[in-house]
Design a binder for this molecule. Structure first.
Ligand SMILES: [Zn+2]
Length: 363
């Protein structure tokens, strides 16, 4: 992979490239935008360029050479001067193994960033820190980073990745350059899936379920989200009140399987893992979003949207049935109830009760 493989984020890439060409790089960049649109990949490519022994220039773009030892170390995720910073690192700090890692706290920022900023780079080119989910930084963590941003050592670069730039302190935002990332065209995401060998129906569903978010879509592909959705469609279309308990139990069991697949995917990129319960909640929320999509489609159907824009256009009979059976208010209420149950999964609630309850209310 190289910087030229990142598509449709030209504005963000141009700002960085201009600064690079004129040797006016900022010490900190905020890569802001929706999930799954290429922020992490771009940060990784920027890091690769900054650490490369022999950057090359092609078509007015400065790129990493891809073949020097530094580039190879970045690709292997073992470069000693490239430091990923993320909330789960807390579990690698002695005595904190059981920590739930809900926020990106001061302990992680201190050990993974501040202490390492102070050290000399191992290789000659400098040091790069990529802070994932920067919006999850606590106030104390942000204030600690601020000190680094006030007096950064030469050739030290921070990339803060976030979906919500507004949660960063204004003082951090003013010391960093913000690079905005946008949703990708849906057709581009669809074409990428087809290029990957995904069949048409699956590509269509995934590219509509997470519109414009290639990274998310590729993850959903690995999670077999399409098959899970088919199962949900089948269950929902035939469910009677007496089946609700079984369906709730199935959702919860399936979420556990999904969570273990999420853990596998995560472990390919990161050394420290999210807690089982966090992955479980993520998986269950995803499945509820799939349930919700049928009611959203029914609303779109009632409002005469083009059939092709419906996420579940493959299950038109069921969507039409929902649209005939319920009015707009009723459908809206069901979506709201599902959304509320997703919010409540975060609290320490009994999942079984929560899911059974919401299913009874919507069915
Ligand atoms: Zn190189």
């Amino acid at each position: 992979m190289s910087i030229s493989d990142i598509q449709y984020q030209q504005q963000a890439i141009d700002i960085f490239q201009q600064a690079l060409a004129h040797e006016r790089l900022s010490h900190a960049y905020i890569l802001a935008g929706p999930r799954g649109v290429g922020k992490s990949s771009t940060a990784m490519e920027f890091a690769k360029i900054l650490l490369c022994d022999n950057p090359i220039e092609k078509n007015n773009i400065i790129d990493s050479c891809g073949v020097c030892s530094s580039c190879k170390l970045v690709d292997a995720q073992t470069h000693p001067d490239l430091h990923p910073v993320y909330k789960e690192l807390i579990t690698l700090i002695p005595g904190k193994k059981e920590h739930k890692a809900i926020d990106l706290g001061i302990d992680v920022i201190r050990t993974a960033l501040i202490e390492k900023v102070a050290l000399k780079p191992y290789l000659k080119k400098g040091k790069v820190f990529i802070v994932y989910q920067a919006d999850r930084m606590t106030r104390a963590a942000q204030n600690a980073i601020l000190k680094t941003l006030e007096e950064p050592p030469a050739r030290t670069y921070l990339f803060l990745i976030t979906e919500q730039v507004s949660t960063l302190l204004p003082t951090i935002r003013s010391r960093a350059q913000t690079l905005k990332f946008e949703l990708l065209p849906q057709k581009f995401v669809y074409d990428k899936l087809i290029e990957n060998g995904t069949d048409d129906k699956q590509a269509e569903f995934l590219s509509k379920f997470a519109p414009g978010q290639l990274g998310t879509v590729l993850e959903l592909l690995r999670l077999d989200a399409y098959d899970i959705n088919r199962r949900i469609a089948d269950e929902l279309a035939h469910i009677r009140a007496a089946d609700v308990d079984d369906f709730a139990q199935w959702l919860i069991n399936e979420a556990k399987l999904l969570a273990s697949r999420l853990a596998e995917i995560q472990s390919e990129q990161f050394e420290a893992k999210s807690s089982e319960s966090e992955l479980n909640r993520t998986a269950l929320k995803l499945m509820l979003t799939m349930v919700s999509a049928f009611y959203r489609d029914a609303i779109r159907y009632k409002l005469d949207f083009d059939k092709d824009t419906l996420i579940n256009s493959e299950y038109m009979e069921f969507v039409e049935w929902l649209a005939e059976r319920y009015n707009l208010d009723e459908l809206g209420l069901k979506i709201k109830l599902i959304g509320e149950s997703q919010d409540r999964i975060n609290a320490n609630v009994n999942q079984n009760l929560l899911i059974t309850d919401v299913l009874y209310r919507i069915i």
